[in-house]
Each structure stands twice: as structure tokens, then as C-alpha cells.
Design a protein around this ligand. Structure first.
Ligand SMILES: Nc1nc2c(ncn2[C@@H]2O[C@H](COP(=O)(O)OP(=O)(O)OP(=O)(O)O)[C@@H](O)[C@H]2O)c(=O)[nH]1
Ligand SMILES: [Mg+2]
Length: 108
């Protein structure tokens, strides 16, 4: 029986790390994009960066999941509110599958 393998790369969101993201675009077959639901100050810029990513040719058509993380914190924006923001970007998803999840790295 053949063996399949999946390789996950965890690329950080700091400025330094963002500058190397592009080295991985052409080899990517799917994207998990993690946003911090609890930080309303960075949420919009995080979605803007995501919007820019969706315009990258090498990422065209690949399936994407957005993980709205830190949902265990009381300060977290509810999933529905984040989805409303994401839904304003529908033009980005005509050509690909998109899933949006509410997650906590602490509680699963
Ligand atoms: N409460 C809570 N804290 C979290 C959660 N996920 C991460 N953290 C905390 O947030 C901080 C940053 O977590 P990291 O895992 O380093 O975040 P990161 O996304 O890898 O950061 P970069 O690699 O710099 O992009 C740590 O203190 C974590 O414990 C979560 O779901 N809930
Ligand atoms: Mg990290």
C-alpha cells in the first residue's frame, strides 16, 4: 500500500518571518492561517495581510482554512463577528475552498 505524507510548516507572523513566507508559496498545497481572535487591534491588519496573500499567484486555488484562535479568552471576538469580516472578502474565495474555524491552542 502506498504511503502518503503531509508536511506542515509553521511560519511565524513576525515581520522577520513574513519576509521568508514567499520562499514557500510555490510548494504549498494548502494554507492554514491562524489569527488571534482576542486582539481587536491586530485582527483587521491580520485579515488585510490575508487578503494580500490570497492575491499571490503561487497560492491561486489552494484550499484555505482560517483558524480564529484564542477563543478561550473572554476578550475574543465571537466567530460570527469574524466571519462577517471574512465574508466581505468573498471575491477572494470564488476560486478556492475556504473553511473558518474557532480554535484554542490551549483547550483544543
Ligand atoms: N489563551 C490562549 N493563549 C494562546 C493561545 N494560543 C497561543 N496562546 C498564547 O499566545 C502566545 C503566543 O503564542 P505562540 O504560539 O508563540 O504564537 P505564534 O502564532 O506561534 O506567534 P508567531 O510565531 O510569532 O507568529 C503564547 O503566550 C501562547 O501561550 C490560545 O488559543 N489561547
Ligand atoms: Mg510561532
Amino acid at each position: 500500500m502506498g504511503k502518503d505524507s503531509l508536511k506542515f510548516l509553521d511560519l511565524g507572523g513576525s515581520k522577520e518571518m513574513m519576509s521568508i513566507w514567499e520562499e514557500y508559496y510555490s510548494a504549498s498545497h494548502a494554507l492554514l492561517y491562524v489569527i488571534d481572535s482576542s486582539n481587536t487591534e491586530t485582527l483587521d491588519s491580520s485579515l488585510s495581510i490575508f487578503e494580500a496573500l490570497m492575491g499571490i499567484n503561487d497560492l491561486d486555488g489552494i484550499p484555505v482554512a482560517i483558524l480564529c484562535n484564542k477563543n478561550d479568552l473572554v476578550s475574543a471576538l465571537p466567530l460570527e463577528a469574524i466571519k462577517e469580516k471574512i465574508n466581505k472578502l468573498t471575491h477572494l474565495f470564488e476560486n478556492r475552498d475556504l473553511l473558518v474555524f474557532s480554535t484554542s491552542a490551549l483547550t483544543g
